[in-house]
Design a protein around this ligand. Sequence first.
Ligand SMILES: [Zn+2]
Length: 389
Amino acid sequence: MRPIRPGDRGPAVREIRSILARLDLLAPAVGADEFNADTERAVRAFQQSRGLSVDGRVGPETWRALDAARWRLGARTLYHAVPEPLAGEDVRTLQERLLEMGYDVGRADAVYGVRTARAVAQFQREMGLVPDGSCGPHTMNALRRLGRKVVGGRPQWLRESDAIRQAGPTLVGRTVVIDPGHGGADPGVVVPDGPLCWSEADLVHDLASRLEGRLAAAGMRVQLTRGPAPAAPLPDVERAELANALNADVFISLHVDCHTNPAADGVATYHYGTDNGVTSATGERLAGLVQREIVARTGLRDCRTHAKSWELLRLTRMPAVRVEVGYLTSPTDLARLIDPRFRDRVVDAIVAAVQRMYFPIERDVPTGSINVSELRAAAASRVATTAPA
Ligand SMILES: [Zn+2]
């Protein structure tokens, strides 16, 4: 779908404007169906509030977020629908409410899946309601009566860290999904270089293959989301679904950034989180480790870590990060990125970060101190000692 953008007219623009007006981002104007400057401002404000890429256009991801934002909790009955589950802001509000009260809905991903239905049924049982797992008027009343009195921890983040702690510091046998961004007809950022041309899709696939080799050598099961030249571009939703289907322990998405200003450079790492402070604690920790190791080992400028609710980070059910390894549009970063030895240092940094995530916090080591070539020897000796005779 071509993004709906400034200058466009028609019923789709009218619909977008009416949703933005209901969200108080746009003054309602009767019959207006032009994507004017006000509309663009409102779309940008909406994208910013949802942690989406801010471009002022309505592509598929922004459209899904707008569509979901129509729903206020209580406006419709929520239930676990198969095979097309209900999704929307009302589902997210319900999930966050349940999480605060200590019910396990997994991550507040705004999708009414089986886990949400189970948590609702448990809540209903405890409130003396029919435990049918759907959220209709009676359940809504019970939720309203409780209000915000009951506030506990956010159990799912504690569970994520528990699972990691209990698993111990070894990488052997864990599954990592590496996601080189873009691919196929979508090359990502492209920068011409004389007769050649560097593309984000190719560079991040090269990084992913190097990382695959290193993590496999350390004993991990490694899966890439795409090959070097996929037939069709893979949407982020499907990348997340693949990682979930594989029950991955870690998800690492690789991109490089671009900017119209060639002076923009540096590395940034993103993890799941929203403006109102909901965050994946383990995702945040992994992002911090990846970011610090890359900065320490490569000298790229530190553009820090950031919380985003992008589908890729929101729908993945394991610690997930997206790394933007430098700016292809920066001559400094480009010169580094096209050097294979530099890419190896980036890969070393990510391997060290993944390893550190499995060290208990009290046994963590200083940034830049893990010798990643020793991991392979350690993994080999461990396999040798635990393999059946
Ligand atoms: Zn990209």
